[in-house]
Write a protein that binds this ligand. Structure first.
Ligand code: MLT
Length: 256
């Protein structure tokens, strides 16, 4: 599928893949910081999200990864630093399995290499039923409170309200397609020991979904990788604490 995207600047290609159920707009706070470094920033909308429409029943991580590889072909980019947050990280792992030669670096944020447990899968299917009943509103009630950190809830109600609006604006069919895709995804933990490009892990210290311990474990299995923990941030570390997040990415890129 031909996916929509935007790009800014020129220099080292850097692809950032968004989380569920957001779109490339989630990287808005990073655009300014990344203007200061020598990168060609590429921000795709994964299947079903933002401007990339999809009516499929299921959108797998592998399909989304294939779309990103096709986009890089279209842009005649041989290698890039590729990263993603949460679902964007699952897609990054899928792309690494598909074509490790594409990567000149990896940035994995608030994500997990493991496949869903049976319990997680069950919860996704329950959430799908709720979305079928009450639309994307179900995402706000059932997911958002767990995703946003305590500090943000107490100190940044504007961001919480903005995320509620973004969740409400998600196409219910796209949310269902991606939830099925995430439930079906492969375990990628076997890839960690094979990764041989510079790798940065970024995790919000208050992330309850993909917690900092998960970040520490993955970091210990990737040779020479770096781990940055973001203070006062939950799962959406780039939105909750953009300054700390930007600093981590910018200093990683400056060292490449
Ligand atoms: C995300 O933030 O992309 C998703 O919540 C990840 C997930 O549900 O596993």
């Amino acid at each position: 599928m031909q996916i929509e995207y935007e790009e800014h600047g020129d220099g080292i290609p850097l692809v950032l893949l968004h989380a569920f159920p957001l779109s490339r707009r989630m990287w808005e706070p990073q655009k300014k910081a990344l203007e200061r470094v020598n990168v060609r920033l590429i921000l795709p909308d994964l299947r079903g999200f933002g401007e990339t429409k999809s009516t499929a029943d299921t959108n797998t991580m592998d399909e989304m990864a294939g779309d990103v590889a096709d986009l890089l072909d279209r842009l005649e980019i041989e290698k890039a630093i590729i990263g993603g947050l949460s679902m964007g990280g699952y897609v990054t792992f899928a792309l690494y399995r598909l074509d490790p030669g594409r990567f000149s670096g990896l940035i994995l944020c608030d994500t997990a290499c493991a496949a869903d447990t049976d319990e997680k899968r069950e919860n996704r299917f329950k959430l799908i039923k709720k979305i079928e009943g009450s639309g994307s509103q179900a995402l706000i009630e059932n997911m958002l409170p767990m995703l946003v950190g305590k500090y943000t809830k107490e100190n940044n109600p504007e961001l919480y309200a903005d995320l509620e609006q973004r969740f409400a604006g998600t196409d219910p069919q796209a949310a269902i397609g991606a939830l099925r895709g995430m439930a079906a995804r492969n375990d990628s933990c076997d890839l960690l020991s094979e990764i041989d490009v510079p790798t940065l892990f970024i995790f919000g210290e208050e992330d309850e979904l993909t917690d900092a311990d998960m970040g520490r474990k993955m970091h210990s299995r990737v040779n020479g990788s770096e781990l940055c923990l973001i203070r006062n941030a939950g799962h959406y570390s780039n939105l909750e604490q953009p300054e700390q997040f930007d600093q981590a990415i910018v200093s990683f890129i400056n060292r490449q």
